[in-house]
Design a protein around this ligand. Structure first.
Ligand code: UD1
Ligand code: UDP
Length: 377
């Protein structure tokens, strides 16, 4: 087929970071592809930060986000909005990324219109339908709906093959987050981002613990426990600064502000644009997170990462020695963070630079695989 029209669906911050390299790759190969971008805008401010950084202007913007939205609200509005886009744009292939509600709706709405679906970051599984919630089920559903599958690692590829996915439609590519990370790291090295002087002063001469947390399954007791652990750690470690760029979800901000505000060794800041966030990851001593993307980025930067989850669909970082699972358990978080802050040898064990998630060429591989597929039909 000559120049397939490819609809790229982007809903949230991490999808934008991981889809941006693909959008730029497809745009740069305009003799081969006709890419169109639809932002569901399941996220607003956090999505716009990324789109602006990569210079991407969506062709369609569904402007979905409502404060405190429920899963059902996002799902119904996304399906309806995406259906309108599919009718108008008539794509040959829809690309969705990962496991968000926008991605699941992009796959389902495309299936309803009998449009082919490509799944970027396919094959990740924890095996527990409620962890992460609802992402584990979203990605399993997308796996069933998709035609082309782009697993990032051999582990993810093998899972798809065990699920009897057509091997001829599974393309091992690496994770595009590494493409984005390397691009941004080079930028940041050339021109370091600006930070408020007060934040720079608070980190000066200190170990830095970078914290991010936003998972739904941790709302309530999980967040209470992890926040108490961070507060007590900040009391105990006078040589450390805890920096927490807070997700905009009110379910996150309420406990974080209530338990952690007002401590001189805890900096609660607004979500950072990707460039300053990468700079801060590079500056940090340890990363404490429940994020999927951050778990993938930290090994490339040689940063020890403690994962505040009971289980992970990204075992490669744990196997490589960069990551340890601590859950949202108060004792485990205090014990592991303290150990890493006090013992350089423990940090060094986890700090080797590893790239289990990709080599920075995933978006090219995905574009090549799509081209190959359309040449064959
Ligand atoms: C979503 C994804 C999750 C992903 C995360 C990345 C689903 C079910 N969840 O979770 O997989 O890891 O994004 O961050 O798809 N908000 C704003 N402005 C923003 C973004 C969010 O105000 O730019 C607030 C709003 O009140 C919104 C709430 O956060 O209602 C929750 O956003 P939502 O996308 O529903 O869930 P996340 O927890 O962000
Ligand atoms: N990130 C960012 N600014 C922040 C926090 C995170 O740019 O303040 C980036 C981070 O580098 C990673 C992505 O956002 O690439 C992860 O997003 P998030 O944790 O919201 O979602 P998840 O990866 O868990 O789905």
């Amino acid at each position: 087929m000559l120049k397939p029209k490819i609809l790229i669906v982007i809903g949230t911050r991490p999808e934008a970071i991981k889809m941006a390299p693909i959008v730029l790759e497809l745009q740069s190969r305009s003799d081969e592809f006709r890419p169109i971008v639809c932002a569901t805008a399941q996220h607003r401010e956090m999505l716009d930060q990324v789109l602006q950084l990569f210079g991407i202007t969506p062709d369609y913007d569904l402007n979905l986000m409502k404060p405190g939205q429920t899963l059902a609200m996002v799902t119904s509005r996304a399906i309806e909005g995406l259906d309108r886009v599919l009718i108008e744009a008539q794509p040959d292939l829809t690309l969705v990324q990962g496991d968000t509600t926008s991605a699941m709706c992009g796959a389902l709405a495309s299936h309803y219109r009998q449009v082919l679906v490509g799944h970027v970051e396919a094959g990740l599984r924890t095996g527990n339908k409620y962890a992460p919630f609802p992402e584990e089920m979203n990605r399993r559903l997308i796996g069933r709906l998709a035609d082309l599958h782009f697993p990032p690692t051999t582990h993810a590829r093998d899972i798809l093959l065990r699920e009897h996915t057509d091997p001829g439609m599974v393309f091992l590519t690496g994770n595009t987050v590494i493409d984005a990370l390397l691009w941004v790291r080079d930028h940041v090295e050339k021109s370091p981002p600006q930070f408020p002087q007060s934040l720079l002063d608070s980190m000066k001469g200190k170990q830095v613990v970078l914290v991010t947390g936003h998972r739904r399954e941790s709302f309530g007791d999980g967040f209470e426990d992890l926040c108490r652990a961070i507060r007590d750690l900040a009391d105990q470690h006078e040589d450390a600064q805890f920096v927490y760029p807070m997700h905009l979800n009110p379910n996150v901000r309420e406990p974080v502000n209530r338990v952690l505000a007002g401590h001189e060794r805890i900096s609660l800041i607004e979500p950072l644009s990707y460039e300053p966030f990468v700079w801060l990851m590079n500056r940090s001593t340890i990363v404490l997170t429940d994020s999927g993307g951050v778990q993938e980025e930290a090994p490339s930067l040689g940063k020890p990462v403690l994962v505040m989850r009971e289980t992970t669909e990204r075992p490669e970082g744990v196997d490589a020695g960069n990551a340890r699972l601590v859950g949202t358990n108060y004792d485990k978080i205090v014990q592991h963070v303290s150990l890493l802050l006090r013992e350089p040898s423990e940090r060094n064990k986890m700090a080797a630079v590893n790239n289990p998630y990709g080599d920075g060429t995933a978006s090219k591989r995905i574009a090549d695989s799509i081209a190959e597929y359309f040449e064959s039909v």
